[in-house]
Design a protein around this ligand. Structure first.
Ligand code: 8X3
Length: 259
């Protein structure tokens, strides 16, 4: 097989790098000697990454829902980080687990703004440079929730279904340009995901993982690192990964007495 790519030739632009899968991916690449543009809203976490890896990290305070700020972040990159050849559009979140008929509209707005609008901003702001250079890799954070329905996932799952189709459609546009596109779809992964979903209720979040062995941000980072270091003629279009203990329930027939 053609050799794997040398990670020290990679410059990785990551959104949502202040926690979870984003932070783990920043670490995975920096440990291997790649340069990392670490974008996120929590600058203290980004500065901690910089303390850990020094000049390999370029932190940027960024809310991906802000189009102009996203454009400015890309345009303002210092020389050493300008020729990024991996973009990990990862910033996203789940909020709420109520049924659709009782969901909080602000939660829905936040998920749509972050998981859809912000994600498209990141892609639109970074893709032209990679296409122009004829080399790059776009990685998107999807979810198994974009493939399968479960109660309470309503808008969250729908945003991840958007990510799935967007990844394929962007791939349809850039295939042959030297830019690859991968949709990473994690299942049960213990990060701050559930704490955010339950609006800071840590004990409720802990119960999601209690008695199970969920995947970790590091597990997902390893999958991303693998995809990005494969020889350039190989494109993994999608990885769907579940915790080994995760499975399916039966299709339900919800009978209504008397109906
Ligand atoms: C995270 C995976 O299964 O909790 O996107 O929706 S799941």
């Amino acid at each position: 097989m053609t050799p794997m790519l040398d990670p020290t030739t990679l410059t990785v632009f990551i959104t949502g790098a202040s926690s979870g899968i984003g932070a783990a991916t920043a670490r995975r690449f920096a440990e291997a000697g790649a340069r990392v543009v670490a974008c996120g809203r929590r600058t203290d976490r980004l500065l901690a990454l910089k303390d850990e890896f020094g000049d390999l990290i370029h932190p940027i305070a960024l809310d991906t829902r802000d189009w102009q700020a996203t454009l400015d972040a890309v345009a303002g990159l210092p020389e050493r980080f300008r020729a990024f050849n991996v973009v990990f559009a990862n910033a996203g979140l789940a909020m709420g687990l109520e049924p659709a008929q009782a969901a909080n509209i602000e939660d829905w707005n936040t998920m749509i703004a972050t998981n859809i609008t912000g994600l498209t901003y990141t892609v639109r702001a970074t893709l032209p440079a990679m296409v122009a250079r004829g080399e790059g890799h776009l990685v998107l954070t999807g979810s198994i929730a974009g493939d399968y329905a479960y109660p309470g996932a309503n808008v969250y799952g729908a945003t991840k279904a958007f990510v799935k189709q967007f990844a394929l459609n962007v791939w349809a546009d850039v295939a042959g340009t030297g830019v690859r596109v991968t949709n990473i779809e994690p299942g049960l992964t213990e990060t701050e995901f559930s704490v955010v979903r339950f609006h800071g209720d840590k004990s409720r979040a802990d119960k999601v993982y209690e008695g199970a062995t969920p995947m970790t941000g590091e597990d997902i980072a390893e999958q991303i690192f693998f995809c990005c270091t494969l020889p350039r003629h190989v494109n993994i279009t999608r990885i769907q990964a579940m915790a080994s203990q995760q499975g399916f329930g039966p299709l339900a027939v919800k009978k209504r007495p008397g109906a």
